[in-house]
Write a protein that binds this ligand. Structure first.
Ligand code: QV4
Ligand code: CA
Length: 512
């Protein structure tokens, strides 16, 4: 009994679900493929002033340079060492970014690729982004160093050495994912090298990690390297703070490996959230927004305090990973803004906003043949800077969904209603729905094909509020729609099904 209690305490103590965002900052943004120099600027000029809590960055570890196809975004998921130079920048630029972002209260979350190194067919030479030598054939990565002993070849039982069947958890953990050289995580040496890399980043000042391909690692092996991690740097974090951990496990049901196996290590990405919310907003399979009344655990999603949620991620926005066609992205902006608005208003999960680059999407026989295209770049392969237009949108091919007024204002909405209960739900049994967050905020959607005109109890104090979707509060006036709430908390909402954005959101910080 005593031993059990101690074990439970150790487990709880270590497991890290708290993102350590500054108080009142409740979301992070994935600045996919951005340069460190641009992220540093974005923290100072945009993310801090608009209440973003942090940034998920692309993998900072040295990766193989792939030239056929030309510099795909996914080359960064093929590490050759844990040195910090990539297309996003070198170690000095990385340190500069972490310091500057932390100094304005925006934290950095590293995408850690530790299940594998590069693909088996990657050849050999000095073709890493830091110029490190490696040999994929002999499994030699002297810059770590890893050698053949550190990979799983012996353990994998499939003929091809590849994962052939996702119904076999041993294959999924011990064989190669799309030929990527699979690390032997049961070895203390391998665990130590991974922990050394992560601790180096913790000392620089990062706040936590997305752990790539977690489904392909045994939860116990992960716990072993996570147990070796230090507390966060006390220059920016209170002493005793553990790094935030969120594990990439795609569990849409139907496979033996479950998200819940990973809850002991930290949070887990909830891919059902992305797939199902897309289906509802698209009104596919007979779904309607009225069914969102019990969104969350009621829909079979994991417990809210274990979930990292998102409308789309860098894989499923281009058909990688899983989740499929229902996933909403910037390519469907009207529905995307509604889905993101719903996510940010709803209390479930810890929210991550996606920020993409544009690519020449080209469906042929249902598949995007350009799903590999890397970030906006110059002829020589260097990534283009993020430029900012006079209207605050981004240039040079960067989509910057996080700067869209509707999305940015909903990030603020979530901060304002933080800690408030889900309240005052209303629906028309179809696709007109509304709900509040205690007495701090209220949101109304019209995703039906007809006009909406309804009086609703908002739960908010009487007064005039600025809709933060069609506009916002500036000085003492609203740039968009105004909502008048009476002494009884009731307001009239009218939303055309033809509106550019058929939803209205109000909160107490946007009250006149
Ligand atoms: C190909 C074949 C192999 C073949 C090999 C021969 O598919 O069967 O053996 O060539 O050389 C790229 C290519 C892929 C290629 C592979 C190795 O796309 O065709 O194999 O490289 O050369 C990203 C991309 C992958 C990419 C990988 C490495 O999505 O396409 O593979 O980076 O560059 C599952 C997992 C989940 C994963 C998801 C995509 O459970 O963990 O698939 N998601 C994460 C990341 C994702 C990343 C990886 C994992 C791998 O979010 O971006 O994959 O680190 O659902
Ligand atoms: Ca593995």
């Amino acid at each position: 009994m005593k031993i059990l209690l101690v074990l439970a305490a150790v487990g709880l103590c270590w497991a890290q679900y708290n993102p350590h965002t500054k108080p009142g900052r409740t979301s992070i943004v994935h600045l996919f493929e951005w340069r460190w120099a641009d992220i540093a600027l974005e923290c100072e000029r945009y993310l801090a002033p608009n209440g973003f809590g942090g940034v998920q960055i692309s993998p900072p570890s040295e990766n193989i340079i792939i030239t056929n196809p030309w510099r795909p975004w996914w080359e960064r998921y093929q590490p050759v060492s844990y040195k910090l130079c990539t297309r996003s920048g070198n170690e000095d630029e990385f340190r500069n970014m972490v310091t500057r972002c932390n100094n304005v209260g925006v934290h950095i979350y590293v995408d850690a690729v530790v299940n594998h190194m590069c693909g088996a067919g990657a050849g050999s030479g000095n073709g890493g982004t830091c110029g490190s030598y490696f040999n994929a054939q002999t499994e030699d990565f002297p810059a770590v160093p890893f050698s053949g002993w550190d990979f799983n070849d012996g353990k994998c039982k499939t003929g091809s050495g590849e994962i052939e069947n996702y119904n076999d958890p041993y294959q999924v953990r011990d064989c190669r994912l799309v030929s990527l050289l699979d690390l032997a995580l049961e070895k203390d040496y391998v665990r130590s090298k991974i922990a050394e890399y992560m601790n180096y980043l913790i000392d620089i000042g990062v706040a936590g990690f997305r752990i790539d391909a977690s489904k392909h690692m045994w939860p116990g092996d992960m716990k072993a390297f996570l147990d070796k991690l230090k507390n966060l740097n006390t220059q920016w974090f209170s002493s005793g703070s553990k790094p935030f951990i969120y594990q990439e496990v795609i569990d849409l049901g139907g496979e033996p490996i479950k998200s819940s196996e990973y809850f002991g290590n930290g949070r887990v990405t909830e891919f059902k959230y992305s797939a199902k919310l897309g289906t509802v907003i698209r009104k596919w399979n007979g779904e309607k927004m009225a069914y969102l009344r019990n969104w969350g655990e009621g829909w079979g999603l994991m417990p809210s305090d274990k979930a990292l949620v998102f409308v789309d991620n860098h894989d499923n926005q281009r058909g990688h990973g899983a989740g499929g066609a229902s996933v909403l992205t910037f390519w469907d902006p009207r529905q995307y803004k509604m889905a993101t608005g719903f996510m940010l208003a709803h209390p479930y999960g810890f929210t991550r906003v996606m920020s993409s680059f544009w690519w020449p999407r080209d469906f042929q026989n249902g598949k995007d043949i350009n799903d590999w295209v890397g970030p906006p770049s110059f002829e020589d392969g260097t990534t283009k800077p993020v430029t900012v237009n006079p209207d605050t949108t981004c240039g040079n091919g960067w989509v910057c969904e996080h700067r869209w007024r509707q999305i940015r204002n909903m990030v603020i909405f979530r901060n304002v209603v933080d800690g408030q209960p889900f309240s005052n739900w209303w629906d028309n049994n179809s696709n007109q729905v509304a709900f509040g967050r205690g007495n701090k905020g209220f949101i109304v959607f019209n995703n039906d094909d007809w006009y909406m005109n309804i009086n609703l109890n908002t739960g908010l104090p009487a007064g005039t509020y600025c809709d933060v979707i069609s506009g916002q509060k500036e000085g003492n006036h609203c740039t968009g729609i105004q909502v008048h709430i009476g002494a009884d908390g009731v307001a009239n909402f009218q939303i055309s099904n033809q509106a550019e954005d058929p939803f209205i959101a109000i909160h107490v910080d946007a009250k006149l």
